[in-house]
Design a protein around this ligand. Sequence first.
Ligand code: 5AD
Ligand code: SF4
Length: 454
Amino acid sequence: MPAKTFYLETFGCQMNVHDSERVAGTLQAQGYAPVGNMQEAELILFNTCSIRDKAAHKVFERLASAKPLARQGKKFGVLGCVAQQEGEAIYRRAPHVSLVAGSASYARLPELLRDLEAGAGRVSGLGAADEAFETELTRRGNPFRAYITIIEGCDKHCAYCVVPYTRGQERSRASAAILREAAELAGLGYTEVQLLGQNVNSYRDPAPARLDFAGLLAAAGEIPGLRRVRYTTSHPRDFTPAIVTAMGRNPVLCDHVHLPVQSGSDAVLARMRRGYTRARYLELIAAIRACPRPLAVTTDIIVGFPGETDRDFEQTAELLGEVRYAGAFIFKYSPRPHTEAQTWADDIADEVKTQRLMILQQRQQQIQMEDNQAWVGREVEAMVEGRHPKLSQWTGRTSSNRVVNFSAPEAAPAPGLAILGQPAPAPAGFTPGAYVRVRVERAGANSLVGHQVA
Ligand code: 5AD
Ligand code: SF4
């Protein structure tokens, strides 16, 4: 009997990327072998994102373009946030789909797959989960950075956000299981781990240790073998100064905080149900800036939220200048099903949203350009991610998550062997995950550029 094969394509955030690693491991334990393209696969899976309308749309386009493959007997499955949001309505929009499962149902995947193999026409996993998904079967796709989920779901119910409906209620994993997984990964040679959750700051340890997020982070930073511990995403409402204290004490905890502000206007923040004011947010920024080690702060911003006036927008633009973020993801508001804001008029014209988006992006690029100049002449440690496809340079990241492109001294030819006309010696090779000291020589808005120092 030919081996069962699957192809899995992932959209969306790091949570989804990591869910795909866990799904792939689960499938392999069921006897499925991964393949790199749809043509070779018997089972074609899309792990989907529905954070904005455009993201959700993408999967239906992919499904439509792949439809002819269904005639060859291939089966299609939709996983993740669109699966949970649309449920069995997916079968109506894309009748060639035979599996629909939200992230809260991944523990049931083996059973769903068995039903599908046994000839069930359609199988769905759309329930809610009371516990985080635990599996020993993760198949990690990234050889140098390991993701570890610490909390799933979200209870915040921001007025614009679909996540509480697609990922369900908050479920924290036991600290002992998280720290064991991190230690095992260090044992396997991973030196960087990233702790994941929609809101890591509301982590509540169900185990007797009762660690809060700051305690968990501090404990992860002590695991022998780990050189970098990152986390994402934070919510300003639950972010505590104790997190900054933990980061200040241990340089293994990376110099980066992603703290989405969404808007600089109190009126908009209140309508968004964010649970903090601009002043409170700025207090958190001050606490972060007071860390003995400089920490890079990045953010997410939504423009064009219902009722956003020119003055509201100007306050967001001013906030960029006040905080001077190291990076900002800026999005146009997109109404989402089930959310409170969807019941309000989406009253900011698309052209206005686009204009506001462009103004903020431009201002943010200018800030990054200026602030990155401060790195010129300094040395940074980069973890190598690979070879830059266009520049003939290596690319890596600093602890603060800045991209560093660098060249390395070419391997010196052995004495006496430098023969005229010989091809130039190959550059020194790095394996992804190597740590390299780089002297920064130039800086752009989005990257630092330099040379390896011996
Ligand atoms: N429209 C636009 N952007 C959104 N985000 C979340 N929901 C929406 C929405 N409905 C943005 C927020 C969040 C990031 C992951 O996506 O900025 O922090
Ligand atoms: Fe997209 Fe949010 Fe789901 Fe991540 S959790 S895949 S960002 S909708």
